[in-house]
Design a binder for this molecule. Structure first.
Ligand code: IPM
Ligand code: MG
Length: 357
């Protein structure tokens, strides 16, 4: 297969982890006989410096023409001024919106070898395997906002909206994903307070009843979900929710496997390329030191092979290579629990070596 893969290294540790993701993809291409063409583009804070915008037009065009996009991380203290004209995060939101990446898949499955790195007890964690589906192009992130005068100073507002189609398509994807897993969907909302959640709940119930009567379905309020996620995580299979609730719950969920450095995510659209990234940030404090864990990016590259290129065996080979490296006891600092730690590039070397036939 020939595929075009756009790399958006971004800021902080982004470039060093993307290097390892690229090397692993090259190793996969060699082993399985594919041709991957890579193109690196500016995005985030570095693009603000070089182009005055976090998402330059050339980058957006390259992304549109790609089969898959692998992103490192964006942002850092240099671009954090809340009064700045633009911010690295704005480029990420624009990319999601422009490519209509409405579905954000965030799998949370603690690696067996790392269970003791989790802040949760082993007996609570064992057996946890959750797929979060976060709606990514609607809700309060995109409902419009403003600031107006107020007798006390100012008043600001951000509006949360969802329409029937936006809810239906993400719930549909959740149900289809569940059919390939343990056949259960949990929809999370705040229908006891928010009108927008009541619409969400009505539409979700209708889609599930009419199109997926055989998939087990439940609704949970978001505040309760925050609790259940750490008290009985293994009860959940696919969890579907809106943009902001998903943002918060997936950060909470990311603590289950012990390190943010292990978690990949995929953002998928109606058609066109998917965007794949580690869920951690740009970690500017350790940038350039070779300390970062590249595994989330490597696993994200695996998700790209599976979801955008349809290469399931190749994706499984990456997962297996990562498992075997962990099984052999190799750890970057974030998962070493004080023990001996290897560097970003050494971890990449080991995964590449494990991919050799
Ligand atoms: C995420 C991040 C982003 C979000 C930020 C960086 C805009 O927190 O991908 O979860 O809020 O969506
Ligand atoms: Mg977030």
């Amino acid at each position: 297969m020939d595929a075009k893969i756009v790399l958006l290294p971004g800021d902080g540790i982004g470039p060093e982890i993307i290097d390892e993701g690229e090397r692993v993809l090259i190793a996969v291409a060699e082993r399985f006989g594919h041709q991957f063409e890579f193109q690196r583009c500016p995005k985030g804070g570095n693009a603000i410096d070089s182009h005055g915008t976090p998402l330059p037009d050339e980058t957006l065009e390259a992304c549109r023409a790609a089969d898959a996009i692998l992103l490192g991380a964006v942002g850092g203290p240099k671009w954090d001024d809340p009064n700045a004209k633009t911010r690295p995060e704005a480029g990420l939101l624009a990319l999601r919106k422009e490519l209509q990446l409405f579905a954000n898949l965030r799998p949370i499955k603690p690696h067996r070898q790392l269970i003791d790195a989790s802040p949760l007890k082993r007996e609570i964690l064992e057996g946890t395997d959750i797929l979060f589906l976060r709606e990514l192009t609607g809700g309060i992130y995109f409902g419009g906002s403003g600031v107006k005068e107020h007798p006390s100073g100012e008043e600001a507002y951000s509006i949360m909206t969802y329409n029937t189609e936006e809810v239906a398509r993400i719930v549909r994807l959740a149900a289809k994903s569940a059919q390939l897993r343990r056949n259960k969907v949990t929809s999370v909302d705040k229908a006891n307070v928010l009108e927008v959640s009541r619409l969400w709940r009505r539409v979700a119930a209708q889609v599930m009843a009419e199109e997926f009567p055989d998939v087990e379905y439940e609704v949970v309020l978001v505040d309760a979900m925050a609790m259940h996620l750490i008290s009985r995580p293994r009860d959940f299979d696919v969890v579907v929710t809106g943009n902001m609730f998903g943002d918060i719950l997936t950060d909470e969920g990311s603590m289950l496997p012990g390190s943010l450095g292990m978690l990949p995510s995929a953002s998928l659209g109606v058609s066109g390329p998917g965007l794949y990234e580690p869920i951690h940030g740009s970690a500017p404090d350790i940038a350039g030191k070779g300390l970062a864990n590249p595994l989330a990016t490597i696993l994200a590259a695996g998700m790209a092979l599976q979801h955008s290129l349809g290469l399931s065996d190749e994706a499984a080979a990456i997962d297996a290579a990562v498992e075997s490296v962990l099984e052999a006891g190799h750890r970057t600092a974030d998962i070493a629990a004080g023990g001996e730690a290897i560097s970003t590039a050494e971890m990449g070397d080991l995964v590449v070596a494990a991919l050799q036939p």
